[in-house]
Design a protein around this ligand. Structure first.
Ligand code: AMP
Length: 598
């Protein structure tokens, strides 16, 4: 295999992490600088570390967030800068808005917004207030929005007029805990008492808002992630996670104060929150925020015109850039770009090499997930890259490969290159602290003192980790985790559908594509008209990011004898792979419901 050797010539600045082995051997979490030290002994707040500390310090005049919009077609980019001082002032005013509404520590503040300034102001102001921030992806349809607002017991929602009308107004009656809806483009009393204007409330407040004296163990963030069964899991993160955001910003993203940094992830997902909002602000760098959607030419133009130095993106986006062709890339110059990282899905070796060709820089893949709150395994500037590998555990992170017995006993896989589940030893500060209202589900994620990630990996003889696949049926499409159960539920709500099973099938661009198999109720015919109707129904309910892209009608779905749909078998059949152990498959067309466990 060809390895990308690192040498001092590859670095345009001296990296924060130069000697990986030494840093790992001597690492102690207690030695990491306390980014909340200015709050007073024992206190910790992400909002303080991200904005107050910089707004009051030497970074006050520096641009914190650079909002970029426009440039569709031949148009020009429009730039709107917010300095650390301005962002701090807005965040403090929003803290006062929440206080004026009676929303305090522990209350849940949800956002359903595109990447606009108000999103960042809300997040930071609410964190300062000790409220728990739960961001929702604005492309979710009404159903995922309702499920998350309900299970997170939302008290305040900040959104836009259009998103409110399309996704929330209808379900508002089923959300008794939702006391306030603030509309960022709304008036004083938009829609009667149902909603209030965000800016009229902001205008009524000053920016003198002492920070809530939270500690490292107080809950700060709620991120929903998908499982195979049941409703989405609400992973709760604490303010102390900011230590992880700080150290990984140093080691895995190599942030330096003068950087112009661009994280392309939306803050509705954990990457966009941890590394699109928190880490860059904690490091006092300038963050580019693209308000628009993906367009290859526009992205190259942003990288070039904003002189981005550190870029954190995702495999689907990279594959779309590759697809757009070398000619387009050659029309731009990136002399300032010095570090590229990627996360969210497997980054194929060709993509790493493509980075070398187009930018003169390899792409540094790294691995983490909603539950870990921060980067765990990474290709850092400090060691050679084996293209296709996720890298090695960061200093302070203890990762191993395990095999789980039938009876639940865990065995460490010691030999190299043997497949097993990736497990992490708890102790890093951004570890999730529970699944909201689901303590049992949380406990089940741990065994023998290890957190089991649900990912299958191999570790090679040099300690590099290689992603193999998910250990469960969860689908990863365009970097987003999709729970098959949520999609199946929306489909079975359609009057024609008897049963639905949803799997991910490989797709060259998005990694996986959501495909549904459905059986129909008597009296409905499996024709093109119904297929289109079902696709539209799912899209309306779930939103484009989650809805299936393909639907196949079938006479029967494979079940276990206890009535569970065997998605694994459907997938094997779809891909022409061995069917594996089918001893539990119910041979009849329908499961024997008498044997369904209560
Ligand atoms: P999420 O919790 O939505 O951030 O998704 C986390 C999941 O994405 C992980 O459990 C992996 O299955 C997948 N993932 C994240 N990063 C990588 C990576 N670098 N390579 C392969 N899969 C990844």
């Amino acid at each position: 295999m060809k390895v990308i050797h690192k040498s001092a010539r590859d670095w345009r600045v001296t990296p924060n992490l130069v000697d990986y082995d030494r840093a790992r051997a001597s690492f102690d979490w207690r030695d990491v600088p306390d980014v909340c030290a200015g709050m007073g002994a024992g206190l910790c707040n992400i909002g303080y570390a991200a904005v107050d500390r910089n707004a009051e310090g030497s970074a006050a005049a520096r641009t914190a967030l650079r909002f970029v919009s426009g440039a569709e077609g031949e148009g020009e980019l429009t730039i709107h800068d917010l300095s650390y001082a301005e962002l701090g002032s807005f965040a403090r005013r929003f803290t006062n808005v929440l206080r004026s509404l009676g929303a305090g520590k522990g209350d849940r503040v949800f956002t359903l917004l595109d990447r606009c300034p108000e999103l960042y102001v809300t997040i930071l102001g609410a964190l300062r207030n000790g409220s728990i921030v739960a961001p929702l992806f604005s492309a979710f349809g009404p159903e995922p929005v309702e499920t998350r607002l309900q299970s997170g017991v939302a008290n305040v929602l900040v959104t836009t007029k259009a998103l409110y009308e399309k996704k929330v107004a209808e379900i508002r009656g089923r959300l008794p805990a939702l006391r306030h809806v603030l509309i960022v483009d709304g008036d004083q009393r938009d829609g009667g008492d149902a909603t209030r204007g965000f800016w009229p409330l902001m205008d009524a407040e000053d920016d003198d808002a002492p920070i809530e004296p939270t500690t490292a163990d107080d809950p700060a963030l709620l991120h929903f992630t998908s499982g195979t069964t049941g409703t989405p899991k609400g992973a709760v993160h604490v303010h102390g996670a900011v230590t992880m955001h700080f150290i990984t910003g140093l080691y895995a993203l190599d942030l330096h104060p003068e950087d112009i940094y661009w994280c392309t992830a939306d803050p509705g997902w954990v990457t966009g929150m941890s590394y699109g909002v928190i880490a860059p602000l904690v490091h006092g760098v300038t963050s580019v925020v693209d308000e628009g959607v993906f367009d290859a030419e526009r992205w190259y133009r942003i990288l070039e015109s904003q002189a981005v130095t550190v870029w954190y993106t995702a495999p689907t986006a990279i594959r779309m850039l590759i697809k757009a062709g070398a000619e387009l890339a050659a029309a731009f110059r990136f002399p300032k770009l010095r570090f590229i990282a990627s996360v969210g899905e497997p980054l194929n070796a060709e993509a790493v090499w493509w980075g070398k060709q187009v930018f003169g820089l390899p792409i540094h893949d790294n691995w983490w997930q909603t539950e870990t709150g921060g980067i765990m395994v990474a290709n850092t500037p400090a060691f050679d890259i084996k293209p296709g590998s996720m890298g090695r555990p960061l200093p302070g992170v203890d990762a191993c490969v395990v095999h789980c017995d039938e009876d639940g006993t865990i065995h460490l896989v010691d030999e190299p290159d043997i497949e097993g589940e990736l497990a992490l030893r708890p102790g890093w500060p951004s570890m999730f602290r529970t699944y909201l209202h689901e303590e049992e589900r949380y406990r089940k994620a741990f065994r023998d003192g290890l957190y089991l990630t649900g990912d299958l990996v191999k570790k090679d003889g040099d300690g590099y980790f290689w992603f193999v696949g998910r250990a469960d049926d969860v689908i990863k499409s365009a970097g987003h985790l999709i729970g098959p159960f949520e999609v199946e539920n929306a489909l079975t709500d359609h009057p024609a559908v008897a049963e639905a099973a949803v799997i991910g099938i490989p797709d060259p661009t998005t990694g996986e594509l959501v495909k549904a198999f459905v059986t129909l109720k008597d009296g409905f015919s499996a024709d093109e008209h119904l297929r289109r109707d079902l696709l539209a129904h799912a899209r309306r309910r779930l939103g484009a990011a989650v809805a299936p892209k393909a639907i196949e009608f079938t006479d029967a779905l494979p079940h276990t004898r206890s009535g569970k749909i065997m998605r694994r078998l459907l997938k094997a059949r779809e891909l022409g792979l061995p069917e594996g152990d089918t001893s539990t498959v119910e041979r009849g067309a329908k499961p024997d419901l008498r044997s369904v466990a209560p």
